[in-house]
Design a protein around this ligand. Structure first.
Ligand code: TYD
Ligand code: MG
Length: 452
Protein backbone atom coordinates (compact mmCIF):
# COMPACT_ATOMS: atom_id res chain seq x y z
CA UNK A 1 0.00 0.00 0.00
CA UNK A 2 1.29 3.40 -0.94
CA UNK A 3 1.93 5.50 2.14
CA UNK A 4 0.41 8.95 1.90
CA UNK A 5 2.45 11.99 2.76
CA UNK A 6 1.57 13.96 5.84
CA UNK A 7 2.85 17.18 7.32
CA UNK A 8 2.23 19.22 10.41
CA UNK A 9 0.39 22.50 10.07
CA UNK A 10 0.05 25.37 12.51
CA UNK A 11 -3.66 25.63 13.29
CA UNK A 12 -3.39 29.39 13.71
CA UNK A 13 -1.42 30.60 10.70
CA UNK A 14 -1.04 27.56 8.43
CA UNK A 15 2.78 27.28 8.70
CA UNK A 16 3.90 23.87 7.44
CA UNK A 17 6.57 21.73 9.03
CA UNK A 18 7.63 18.16 8.21
CA UNK A 19 7.77 17.32 11.90
CA UNK A 20 5.86 18.32 15.01
CA UNK A 21 6.95 21.55 16.69
CA UNK A 22 6.01 22.91 20.09
CA UNK A 23 6.20 26.53 19.01
CA UNK A 24 5.29 27.93 15.64
CA UNK A 25 8.27 29.83 14.14
CA UNK A 26 5.90 31.97 12.13
CA UNK A 27 3.22 33.17 14.55
CA UNK A 28 4.95 32.16 17.81
CA UNK A 29 1.87 30.22 18.97
CA UNK A 30 2.44 27.35 21.34
CA UNK A 31 1.23 23.78 20.91
CA UNK A 32 -0.73 24.49 17.78
CA UNK A 33 0.59 21.92 15.30
CA UNK A 34 -1.65 19.16 14.00
CA UNK A 35 -0.92 16.48 11.46
CA UNK A 36 -2.73 16.63 8.15
CA UNK A 37 -2.67 14.68 4.92
CA UNK A 38 -1.10 16.27 1.88
CA UNK A 39 -3.30 15.02 -0.89
CA UNK A 40 -1.24 15.23 -4.05
CA UNK A 41 -2.18 11.62 -4.67
CA UNK A 42 -5.75 10.61 -5.33
CA UNK A 43 -6.12 9.30 -1.84
CA UNK A 44 -8.81 9.22 0.77
CA UNK A 45 -12.41 9.83 0.01
CA UNK A 46 -12.08 13.54 -0.55
CA UNK A 47 -12.31 12.90 -4.27
CA UNK A 48 -15.22 10.50 -3.83
CA UNK A 49 -17.66 13.31 -3.66
CA UNK A 50 -18.15 14.81 -7.08
CA UNK A 51 -19.01 18.46 -7.18
CA UNK A 52 -20.36 19.74 -10.42
CA UNK A 53 -18.68 23.11 -10.48
CA UNK A 54 -21.22 25.15 -12.43
CA UNK A 55 -23.20 28.09 -11.10
CA UNK A 56 -26.99 27.70 -11.36
CA UNK A 57 -29.77 30.27 -11.18
CA UNK A 58 -31.22 29.98 -7.69
CA UNK A 59 -34.72 29.39 -9.00
CA UNK A 60 -33.59 26.29 -10.92
CA UNK A 61 -32.15 24.60 -7.86
CA UNK A 62 -34.45 21.81 -6.80
CA UNK A 63 -35.16 21.55 -3.10
CA UNK A 64 -34.73 18.10 -1.71
CA UNK A 65 -36.67 18.83 1.44
CA UNK A 66 -34.54 16.25 3.19
CA UNK A 67 -36.65 13.37 4.35
CA UNK A 68 -36.63 13.39 8.11
CA UNK A 69 -36.42 10.24 10.14
CA UNK A 70 -38.40 10.45 13.35
CA UNK A 71 -36.49 8.82 16.18
CA UNK A 72 -39.51 8.27 18.38
CA UNK A 73 -37.81 10.02 21.29
CA UNK A 74 -39.75 13.29 21.23
CA UNK A 75 -37.10 15.31 23.07
CA UNK A 76 -34.40 14.39 20.52
CA UNK A 77 -36.72 15.00 17.59
CA UNK A 78 -37.48 18.47 18.84
CA UNK A 79 -33.84 19.34 19.47
CA UNK A 80 -33.01 18.22 15.93
CA UNK A 81 -35.76 20.42 14.55
CA UNK A 82 -38.23 17.60 13.79
CA UNK A 83 -36.25 14.43 13.19
CA UNK A 84 -32.99 13.41 11.56
CA UNK A 85 -32.32 14.94 8.14
CA UNK A 86 -30.96 12.54 5.51
CA UNK A 87 -27.20 12.84 4.97
CA UNK A 88 -26.70 15.17 7.90
CA UNK A 89 -23.80 15.03 10.34
CA UNK A 90 -24.67 15.53 13.99
CA UNK A 91 -22.14 16.04 16.75
CA UNK A 92 -23.11 15.04 20.29
CA UNK A 93 -20.73 16.48 22.85
CA UNK A 94 -20.62 16.14 26.60
CA UNK A 95 -18.46 15.20 29.54
CA UNK A 96 -17.57 11.56 30.03
CA UNK A 97 -20.24 9.63 31.90
CA UNK A 98 -23.08 12.05 31.21
CA UNK A 99 -25.09 9.59 29.12
CA UNK A 100 -24.10 10.02 25.47
CA UNK A 101 -23.69 6.32 24.76
CA UNK A 102 -26.88 5.51 26.63
CA UNK A 103 -28.91 8.03 24.65
CA UNK A 104 -27.44 6.89 21.33
CA UNK A 105 -28.18 3.25 22.07
CA UNK A 106 -31.75 4.07 23.10
CA UNK A 107 -32.26 6.08 19.94
CA UNK A 108 -30.79 3.32 17.77
CA UNK A 109 -33.03 0.81 19.47
CA UNK A 110 -36.09 2.93 18.72
CA UNK A 111 -35.08 3.27 15.08
CA UNK A 112 -34.41 -0.45 14.77
CA UNK A 113 -37.84 -1.14 16.20
CA UNK A 114 -39.27 0.85 13.30
CA UNK A 115 -37.58 -1.61 10.96
CA UNK A 116 -34.60 0.56 10.02
CA UNK A 117 -31.20 -1.05 9.83
CA UNK A 118 -28.86 0.96 12.04
CA UNK A 119 -25.16 0.66 12.80
CA UNK A 120 -23.62 1.52 16.16
CA UNK A 121 -19.84 1.75 15.93
CA UNK A 122 -18.05 1.73 19.25
CA UNK A 123 -14.38 2.22 19.87
CA UNK A 124 -14.72 2.56 23.61
CA UNK A 125 -16.56 -0.49 24.81
CA UNK A 126 -16.40 -4.16 23.92
CA UNK A 127 -19.36 -5.84 22.27
CA UNK A 128 -20.27 -7.58 25.52
CA UNK A 129 -20.21 -4.30 27.47
CA UNK A 130 -22.58 -2.82 24.92
CA UNK A 131 -24.77 -5.90 25.20
CA UNK A 132 -24.89 -5.46 28.98
CA UNK A 133 -25.93 -1.84 28.64
CA UNK A 134 -28.53 -2.73 26.05
CA UNK A 135 -29.95 -5.32 28.45
CA UNK A 136 -30.32 -2.57 31.01
CA UNK A 137 -32.24 -0.26 28.73
CA UNK A 138 -34.10 -3.06 26.96
CA UNK A 139 -32.53 -2.57 23.55
CA UNK A 140 -32.54 -5.79 21.58
CA UNK A 141 -33.38 -5.88 17.92
CA UNK A 142 -31.96 -7.77 14.98
CA UNK A 143 -31.75 -4.55 12.99
CA UNK A 144 -29.45 -2.91 15.53
CA UNK A 145 -25.95 -3.82 14.39
CA UNK A 146 -22.94 -3.29 16.63
CA UNK A 147 -19.41 -2.89 15.31
CA UNK A 148 -16.43 -2.63 17.61
CA UNK A 149 -13.73 -0.99 15.55
CA UNK A 150 -11.41 2.01 15.63
CA UNK A 151 -9.85 1.98 12.18
CA UNK A 152 -11.48 4.60 9.98
CA UNK A 153 -10.83 2.67 6.79
CA UNK A 154 -12.46 -0.47 8.17
CA UNK A 155 -15.42 1.48 9.54
CA UNK A 156 -16.05 3.07 6.13
CA UNK A 157 -15.74 -0.34 4.49
CA UNK A 158 -18.36 -1.79 6.85
CA UNK A 159 -20.74 1.13 6.41
CA UNK A 160 -20.51 0.58 2.66
CA UNK A 161 -21.11 -3.13 3.04
CA UNK A 162 -24.03 -2.86 5.47
CA UNK A 163 -25.53 0.36 4.07
CA UNK A 164 -27.42 1.25 7.23
CA UNK A 165 -30.07 3.97 7.58
CA UNK A 166 -28.21 5.70 10.44
CA UNK A 167 -24.67 5.43 11.78
CA UNK A 168 -23.41 6.34 15.24
CA UNK A 169 -19.68 6.67 15.87
CA UNK A 170 -18.98 6.42 19.62
CA UNK A 171 -16.65 8.20 20.00
CA UNK A 172 -14.92 10.17 17.26
CA UNK A 173 -11.86 10.51 19.48
CA UNK A 174 -11.15 6.77 19.31
CA UNK A 175 -11.22 6.58 15.51
CA UNK A 176 -7.89 6.71 13.74
CA UNK A 177 -6.85 6.75 10.14
CA UNK A 178 -3.87 4.62 9.11
CA UNK A 179 -2.82 7.41 6.76
CA UNK A 180 -1.78 9.72 9.59
CA UNK A 181 0.98 8.96 12.05
CA UNK A 182 -0.44 10.83 15.02
CA UNK A 183 -2.27 9.08 17.85
CA UNK A 184 -6.05 8.62 17.99
CA UNK A 185 -7.64 11.62 19.68
CA UNK A 186 -5.16 14.16 18.33
CA UNK A 187 -6.53 17.14 16.45
CA UNK A 188 -5.28 15.85 13.11
CA UNK A 189 -6.85 12.42 13.54
CA UNK A 190 -10.16 13.70 14.84
CA UNK A 191 -10.47 16.16 12.02
CA UNK A 192 -9.43 13.71 9.30
CA UNK A 193 -11.75 10.97 10.57
CA UNK A 194 -14.67 13.38 10.87
CA UNK A 195 -14.23 14.97 7.48
CA UNK A 196 -14.07 11.59 5.75
CA UNK A 197 -17.10 10.29 7.63
CA UNK A 198 -19.04 13.46 6.88
CA UNK A 199 -18.20 13.39 3.16
CA UNK A 200 -19.16 9.74 3.08
CA UNK A 201 -22.47 10.39 4.78
CA UNK A 202 -23.28 13.25 2.42
CA UNK A 203 -22.45 11.14 -0.61
CA UNK A 204 -24.65 8.22 0.38
CA UNK A 205 -27.28 10.22 2.24
CA UNK A 206 -26.68 8.32 5.49
CA UNK A 207 -27.03 10.49 8.62
CA UNK A 208 -24.09 10.10 10.97
CA UNK A 209 -23.93 10.92 14.67
CA UNK A 210 -20.46 11.67 16.00
CA UNK A 211 -20.09 11.35 19.75
CA UNK A 212 -17.33 13.51 21.21
CA UNK A 213 -16.04 13.87 24.74
CA UNK A 214 -15.53 17.34 26.08
CA UNK A 215 -12.45 17.34 28.23
CA UNK A 216 -11.91 19.88 30.95
CA UNK A 217 -8.21 20.38 30.40
CA UNK A 218 -8.45 20.16 26.61
CA UNK A 219 -5.53 17.73 26.38
CA UNK A 220 -7.40 15.64 23.83
CA UNK A 221 -8.87 17.31 20.77
CA UNK A 222 -12.34 18.22 21.88
CA UNK A 223 -15.51 18.36 19.83
CA UNK A 224 -14.92 22.12 19.46
CA UNK A 225 -12.64 21.52 16.47
CA UNK A 226 -15.51 19.81 14.67
CA UNK A 227 -18.27 22.32 15.24
CA UNK A 228 -17.82 24.06 11.91
CA UNK A 229 -17.75 20.81 9.94
CA UNK A 230 -21.02 19.26 11.04
CA UNK A 231 -24.61 20.32 10.36
CA UNK A 232 -25.87 20.10 13.90
CA UNK A 233 -24.13 20.39 17.25
CA UNK A 234 -25.81 19.08 20.38
CA UNK A 235 -24.32 19.36 23.84
CA UNK A 236 -25.25 17.58 27.01
CA UNK A 237 -25.52 19.86 30.05
CA UNK A 238 -26.09 19.22 33.72
CA UNK A 239 -23.33 17.37 35.50
CA UNK A 240 -23.57 13.68 36.22
CA UNK A 241 -24.28 14.71 39.82
CA UNK A 242 -27.80 15.77 38.80
CA UNK A 243 -30.45 13.24 37.90
CA UNK A 244 -31.54 15.13 34.83
CA UNK A 245 -29.65 15.83 31.67
CA UNK A 246 -30.32 18.62 29.22
CA UNK A 247 -29.41 18.29 25.60
CA UNK A 248 -29.12 21.58 23.79
CA UNK A 249 -28.66 22.42 20.12
CA UNK A 250 -25.84 24.93 19.73
CA UNK A 251 -25.93 24.91 15.97
CA UNK A 252 -28.51 23.50 13.60
CA UNK A 253 -28.64 23.94 9.85
CA UNK A 254 -32.09 22.37 9.78
CA UNK A 255 -33.88 23.83 12.76
CA UNK A 256 -33.84 26.32 15.62
CA UNK A 257 -30.82 26.61 17.89
CA UNK A 258 -30.81 26.69 21.66
CA UNK A 259 -33.65 24.20 21.62
CA UNK A 260 -33.41 21.90 24.61
CA UNK A 261 -34.52 18.39 25.42
CA UNK A 262 -34.75 17.28 29.02
CA UNK A 263 -34.09 13.76 30.25
CA UNK A 264 -33.86 12.08 33.58
CA UNK A 265 -31.24 9.37 34.14
CA UNK A 266 -32.92 6.36 35.66
CA UNK A 267 -31.84 2.79 36.23
CA UNK A 268 -33.30 1.81 32.86
CA UNK A 269 -31.60 4.53 30.84
CA UNK A 270 -32.65 8.07 30.01
CA UNK A 271 -36.31 8.95 30.35
CA UNK A 272 -37.88 11.94 28.65
CA UNK A 273 -39.20 14.79 30.76
CA UNK A 274 -42.04 16.17 28.67
CA UNK A 275 -42.97 18.94 31.09
CA UNK A 276 -39.72 20.40 32.39
CA UNK A 277 -41.18 23.46 34.13
CA UNK A 278 -43.09 21.38 36.67
CA UNK A 279 -39.98 19.29 37.04
CA UNK A 280 -37.66 22.21 37.80
CA UNK A 281 -40.12 23.82 40.19
CA UNK A 282 -41.03 20.62 42.02
CA UNK A 283 -38.82 21.20 45.06
CA UNK A 284 -39.29 24.92 45.30
CA UNK A 285 -39.48 26.21 48.87
CA UNK A 286 -42.57 28.27 49.69
CA UNK A 287 -42.38 31.70 51.30
CA UNK A 288 -38.63 31.78 51.62
CA UNK A 289 -36.67 34.92 50.89
CA UNK A 290 -34.28 34.82 47.92
CA UNK A 291 -36.30 32.65 45.54
CA UNK A 292 -38.13 33.79 42.42
CA UNK A 293 -39.49 32.12 39.29
CA UNK A 294 -38.58 33.34 35.81
CA UNK A 295 -40.10 32.12 32.53
CA UNK A 296 -37.02 31.67 30.42
CA UNK A 297 -37.12 30.78 26.74
CA UNK A 298 -34.95 27.90 25.58
CA UNK A 299 -35.10 27.74 21.79
CA UNK A 300 -38.79 27.82 21.03
CA UNK A 301 -39.90 26.43 24.34
CA UNK A 302 -40.66 28.45 27.47
CA UNK A 303 -39.34 26.88 30.64
CA UNK A 304 -39.94 28.16 34.14
CA UNK A 305 -36.85 28.14 36.30
CA UNK A 306 -36.29 29.10 39.89
CA UNK A 307 -33.52 31.59 40.59
CA UNK A 308 -32.17 31.53 44.12
CA UNK A 309 -29.99 34.10 45.81
CA UNK A 310 -28.29 34.14 49.16
CA UNK A 311 -26.94 37.45 50.35
CA UNK A 312 -25.11 37.36 53.67
CA UNK A 313 -22.71 39.63 55.50
CA UNK A 314 -19.13 38.73 54.66
CA UNK A 315 -16.27 37.90 56.98
CA UNK A 316 -13.73 38.51 54.28
CA UNK A 317 -12.10 41.67 53.05
CA UNK A 318 -13.21 40.83 49.55
CA UNK A 319 -16.79 39.50 49.42
CA UNK A 320 -17.47 36.33 47.48
CA UNK A 321 -19.58 36.35 44.35
CA UNK A 322 -20.63 32.97 43.03
CA UNK A 323 -23.04 32.44 40.15
CA UNK A 324 -24.15 29.00 39.02
CA UNK A 325 -26.36 28.80 35.95
CA UNK A 326 -26.21 32.50 35.09
CA UNK A 327 -23.43 34.63 33.68
CA UNK A 328 -21.02 35.75 36.37
CA UNK A 329 -20.28 39.12 34.76
CA UNK A 330 -23.95 39.86 34.41
CA UNK A 331 -24.43 39.26 38.13
CA UNK A 332 -21.59 41.66 39.01
CA UNK A 333 -23.23 44.27 36.81
CA UNK A 334 -26.62 43.80 38.46
CA UNK A 335 -25.09 44.01 41.92
CA UNK A 336 -23.53 47.34 40.99
CA UNK A 337 -26.83 48.65 39.62
CA UNK A 338 -28.73 47.62 42.77
CA UNK A 339 -26.11 49.27 44.90
CA UNK A 340 -25.89 52.53 43.01
CA UNK A 341 -29.44 53.04 41.79
CA UNK A 342 -31.58 51.42 44.45
CA UNK A 343 -29.40 52.09 47.43
CA UNK A 344 -29.22 48.43 48.48
CA UNK A 345 -25.67 48.26 49.76
CA UNK A 346 -24.55 44.82 48.72
CA UNK A 347 -20.86 45.66 48.56
CA UNK A 348 -20.23 44.24 52.02
CA UNK A 349 -22.07 40.98 51.35
CA UNK A 350 -21.22 37.58 49.99
CA UNK A 351 -23.60 36.81 47.13
CA UNK A 352 -24.45 33.37 45.82
CA UNK A 353 -26.77 32.89 42.86
CA UNK A 354 -28.03 29.51 41.76
CA UNK A 355 -30.48 28.37 39.14
CA UNK A 356 -32.20 25.38 40.69
CA UNK A 357 -31.89 22.07 38.90
CA UNK A 358 -28.58 22.71 37.17
CA UNK A 359 -30.08 24.54 34.17
CA UNK A 360 -28.14 27.33 32.49
CA UNK A 361 -30.02 30.45 31.49
CA UNK A 362 -27.99 32.75 29.31
CA UNK A 363 -30.49 35.30 28.08
CA UNK A 364 -30.72 38.83 29.55
CA UNK A 365 -34.45 38.29 30.15
CA UNK A 366 -33.58 36.73 33.50
CA UNK A 367 -31.85 39.92 34.76
CA UNK A 368 -34.90 41.11 36.59
CA UNK A 369 -35.26 37.72 38.26
CA UNK A 370 -31.68 37.82 39.50
CA UNK A 371 -32.19 41.33 40.86
CA UNK A 372 -35.47 40.34 42.54
CA UNK A 373 -33.90 37.28 44.16
CA UNK A 374 -30.93 39.28 45.48
CA UNK A 375 -33.14 42.06 46.82
CA UNK A 376 -35.46 39.52 48.45
CA UNK A 377 -32.60 37.79 50.22
CA UNK A 378 -30.94 41.05 51.25
CA UNK A 379 -34.16 42.51 52.66
CA UNK A 380 -35.18 39.10 54.01
CA UNK A 381 -38.64 39.46 52.49
CA UNK A 382 -40.10 36.55 50.50
CA UNK A 383 -41.59 37.11 47.04
CA UNK A 384 -45.16 35.93 46.52
CA UNK A 385 -45.01 32.30 45.37
CA UNK A 386 -47.36 32.83 42.42
CA UNK A 387 -45.56 35.82 40.92
CA UNK A 388 -43.13 35.66 38.01
CA UNK A 389 -40.62 38.37 37.15
CA UNK A 390 -38.81 38.98 33.88
CA UNK A 391 -37.10 41.68 31.88
CA UNK A 392 -33.68 42.99 30.92
CA UNK A 393 -31.98 45.50 33.18
CA UNK A 394 -29.91 48.40 31.87
CA UNK A 395 -27.07 50.20 33.62
CA UNK A 396 -29.26 53.15 34.56
CA UNK A 397 -31.63 50.83 36.39
CA UNK A 398 -34.19 50.91 33.60
CA UNK A 399 -36.15 47.78 32.71
CA UNK A 400 -36.08 46.88 29.02
CA UNK A 401 -38.30 44.84 26.73
CA UNK A 402 -37.56 41.21 25.90
CA UNK A 403 -38.64 38.89 23.09
CA UNK A 404 -41.67 36.59 22.95
CA UNK A 405 -43.25 37.79 26.15
CA UNK A 406 -46.66 36.28 25.48
CA UNK A 407 -45.32 32.73 25.03
CA UNK A 408 -43.53 32.94 28.35
CA UNK A 409 -46.44 34.39 30.27
CA UNK A 410 -48.88 31.85 28.81
CA UNK A 411 -46.66 29.06 30.13
CA UNK A 412 -46.58 30.72 33.56
CA UNK A 413 -50.36 31.06 33.53
CA UNK A 414 -50.70 27.40 32.56
CA UNK A 415 -48.72 26.42 35.64
CA UNK A 416 -50.90 28.46 37.98
CA UNK A 417 -48.98 31.72 38.32
CA UNK A 418 -51.33 34.69 38.56
CA UNK A 419 -49.18 37.81 38.65
CA UNK A 420 -46.29 38.97 36.49
CA UNK A 421 -43.92 41.91 36.69
CA UNK A 422 -42.85 42.82 33.15
CA UNK A 423 -41.29 45.74 31.27
CA UNK A 424 -43.94 48.32 30.36
CA UNK A 425 -43.11 48.19 26.63
CA UNK A 426 -43.93 44.48 26.61
CA UNK A 427 -47.20 44.67 28.49
CA UNK A 428 -49.36 45.36 25.43
CA UNK A 429 -48.85 41.82 24.11
CA UNK A 430 -50.25 40.38 27.33
CA UNK A 431 -53.78 41.72 27.23
CA UNK A 432 -55.22 38.43 26.04
CA UNK A 433 -53.59 36.17 28.65
CA UNK A 434 -56.35 35.14 31.00
CA UNK A 435 -56.14 35.05 34.78
CA UNK A 436 -52.90 36.99 34.90
CA UNK A 437 -52.45 40.26 36.67
CA UNK A 438 -49.91 42.24 34.66
CA UNK A 439 -47.81 44.73 36.57
CA UNK A 440 -45.92 47.11 34.26
CA UNK A 441 -42.62 48.47 35.45
CA UNK A 442 -40.02 50.80 33.99
CA UNK A 443 -37.30 50.86 36.62
CA UNK A 444 -35.76 48.80 39.40
CA UNK A 445 -37.23 51.18 41.97
CA UNK A 446 -40.70 50.27 40.72
CA UNK A 447 -39.76 46.60 40.85
CA UNK A 448 -38.91 46.83 44.53
CA UNK A 449 -42.04 48.86 45.31
CA UNK A 450 -44.25 46.28 43.62
CA UNK A 451 -42.53 43.20 44.99
CA UNK A 452 -42.39 43.91 48.70
P1 TYD B 1 -22.78 6.73 29.43
O1 TYD B 1 -23.88 6.69 28.45
O2 TYD B 1 -21.83 5.60 29.44
O3 TYD B 1 -21.97 8.07 29.34
P2 TYD B 1 -21.01 8.62 28.20
O4 TYD B 1 -21.17 7.75 27.01
O5 TYD B 1 -21.48 10.03 27.99
O6 TYD B 1 -19.64 8.59 28.76
O7 TYD B 1 -23.49 6.93 30.85
C1 TYD B 1 -23.00 6.32 31.90
C2 TYD B 1 -23.63 6.77 33.19
O8 TYD B 1 -25.03 6.60 33.21
C3 TYD B 1 -23.08 5.90 34.25
O9 TYD B 1 -22.67 6.72 35.30
C4 TYD B 1 -24.19 4.98 34.61
C5 TYD B 1 -25.40 5.75 34.27
N1 TYD B 1 -26.52 4.90 33.83
C6 TYD B 1 -27.68 4.87 34.58
O10 TYD B 1 -27.79 5.52 35.62
N2 TYD B 1 -28.75 4.12 34.15
C7 TYD B 1 -28.69 3.37 33.01
O11 TYD B 1 -29.66 2.69 32.67
C8 TYD B 1 -27.48 3.41 32.24
C9 TYD B 1 -27.37 2.60 30.98
C10 TYD B 1 -26.43 4.18 32.68
MG1 MG C 1 -19.72 6.50 26.15
Amino acid sequence: MKKNKTSFFCQHCGYMSPKWLGKCPSCNGWNCFAEELISDTDSGSRTEMKFDGKPLPIEDISVEEGKRTITGIAEIDRVLGGGIVGGSAILIGGEPGIGKSTLMLQMMHNLAEQGLKVLYVSGEESASQIKMRSGRIGAASKDLLVLVEISLEKILEQIKAVSPAIVVIDSIQTVYSGELMSAPGSVGQVREASSRLILFSKKYGIPVFLVGHVTKDGSIAGPKVLEHMVDTVLYFEGGSAHAYRIIRSIKNRFGPTNEIGVFEMQDKGLKEVPNPSTFFLAERPQNVAGSVVVPSLEGTRPILVEIQALVSATNLGMPRRTAIGVDHNRVSLLVAVLDKICGLHLSGSDIFINVAGGVRVEEPAVDLGVVAAMASSFLDKPIDARTVVLGEVGLAGEVRAISQMDVRIREAARLGFNRCLVPRTNAASLEKVAKMEVCKIVSLKELLENLF
